[in-house]
Design a protein around this ligand. Structure first.
Ligand code: FES
Ligand SMILES: [Fe+2]
Length: 453
């Protein structure tokens, strides 16, 4: 095979994102100007980490028991006494709002004979086990043992509910079962700085959909960490997405991809008009008049920017006037190791991926839509909506037009798992130097956490 080099070396020949920002009708937030590419190099990864039980067990021992992980949104437990359950592999944690601004997390197991204390979210003034009625206060202190006389020596000090560490950022609650872990703040590094223009704590859960998938959790999340798959998986959006012009950067435990929209893909053999770009972006039915028209002399990005500012005025007031076209048009998708994927600006998306129960060949993909709201008028959080492995994403109409795009993404995933199992062994998968930066960064951190590096 002849090596084909791009005119821009190891980058696509399309317009670089930073040059696209120069055409914005507003100054862009400084964070969009930051760049920190991962050192170049194609990376090969052993397929065993997607298919072998040994890796799953190693993840339980070295990763899930030690790493900061997003357990829930704060608004899932809005009142004192609200609690929710966070399950990861064979572990289960109970996250409880103990006081108006205090959240604790406990091992979700009764100290008597071990029954799981709670199976689903709820609200209570204490935590009573349904089996024999042992009961704890919300702060984990022992409240009552029925027939206490039969348990001499069972003391309140010894029989507290054991806690795990809790950290909070952006309206999310994180837990870490390792008592020796670093503080969440240092684990996050500069991530909060990147989100300063778009504070996620000032969002409410407009939709929350969870789907069970027949593939390893890493197979699932890696499908949402690059724009490389767009050309083959979502060809219908090529007129409106700068897939191969995406910018990828890494900092500490997180990475960021920026994929520009309302700009044509360098894969196209033709040049769409500004109107065609806008139509593709808005998923226009070509039998009907366009929902939005690009006036002479304007670009699709500027039209989307103007429409976005108008819509955001109802929420942000005059501050919406300062929002750049980029913030109202492009996709900014971050990954905080190991499995948390908040999006910047106003796409509303946050993903989380994790194993389904203790099964390394099944996973749960969750999508939150975190929408801004007018000050002082926070709507209640939407409850979680579960979809089974054979359910179509369009059964979640709250996701809007993205449901059909998710169908395209997720259609590949069980087939990837089958292919990985079937591959000649020993086998490996191969990640591109730049376009698969985020996945390479993930595996470099994964190697370190699992002691493989
Ligand atoms: S197992 Fe919980 S009270 Fe007995
Ligand atoms: Fe996709």
């Amino acid at each position: 095979m002849t090596e084909i080099l791009s005119p821009r070396g190891n980058r696509s020949g399309g317009i670089p994102y930073q040059e696209l920002l120069d055409t914005d009708s507003r100054p862009v937030p400084a964070v969009l100007r930051l760049q920190n590419p991962l050192p170049a190099g194609v990376q090969k990864v052993d397929v065993a980490r997607y298919i072998s039980r040994d890796y799953h067990e190693l993840e339980k021992e070295k990763l899930w028991s030690r790493v900061w992980q997003m357990a829930c949104r704060e608004e899932e437990i809005p009142e004192v006494g609200s609690y929710t359950v966070y399950d990861i592999t064979d572990k289960s944690y109970l996250v409880v709002r103990v006081a108006p601004d205090t959240i604790k997390a406990f091992y979700n197991a009764c100290r008597h004979r071990g029954r799981q204390l709670r199976e689903r979210p709820g609200r209570s003034h204490d935590l009573r086990c349904p089996f024999h009625g042992w009961c704890w206060n919300l702060d984990g202190s022992l409240k009552e043992i029925p027939c206490q006389w039969d348990f001499p020596g069972v003391t309140a000090e010894e029989y507290r509910l054991p806690e795990v560490r809790v950290g909070r950022w952006g309206g999310f609650v994180f837990i870490n079962p390792d008592p020796e872990c670093e503080p969440l703040e240092s684990f996050l590094g500069d991530l909060p700085q990147h989100f300063a223009p778009w504070p996620l704590e000032q969002r409410y859960t407009q939709a929350h959909v969870a789907k069970i998938l027949r593939c390893n959790w890493k197979v699932a999340q890696e499908a949402f960490m690059e724009a490389y798959h767009v050309v083959a998986t979502h060809p219908q959006i090529l007129p409106s997405i700068g897939d191969a012009n995406s910018q990828y950067d890494v900092w500490g435990n997180f990475s960021r991809a920026i994929t520009p929209n309302a700009t044509p893909s360098p894969h196209l053999k033709w040049t769409p008009t500004e109107q065609e770009m806008l139509d593709a972006m808005l998923d226009r039915n070509l039998d009907e008049p366009p929902p939005l028209v690009v006036p002479e002399g304007m670009t699709a990005r500027q039209v989307l920017g103007a429409r976005g500012r108008e819509a955001m005025k109802a929420i942000l007031g005059p501050a919406a006037e300062r929002l750049s076209d980029a913030e109202l048009t492009d996709s900014f998708y971050f990954t905080l190791f190991p499995n948390f994927h908040p999006w910047g600006a106003f796409n509303r998306i946050t993903y989380r991926f994790r194993p389904y129960g203790d099964d390394h060949r099944m996973s749960i993909m969750e999508c939150w839509y975190l929408a801004p709201y007018p000050p002082g008028a926070r709507p209640p959080a939407a409850p979680i909506h579960w979809l089974g492995p054979d359910d179509d994403w369009t059964l979640a109409p709250e996701l809007g037009m993205l449901a059909r795009v998710f169908n395209q993404d997720v259609y590949n995933l069980p087939k990837v798992q089958i292919g990985l199992e079937a591959m000649k062994k020993p086998g490996y998968v191969t990640f591109g130097s730049y376009g698969e930066t985020k996945i390479r960064h993930f595996h470099q951190l994964y190697d370190r956490w699992l002691g493989l590096a």
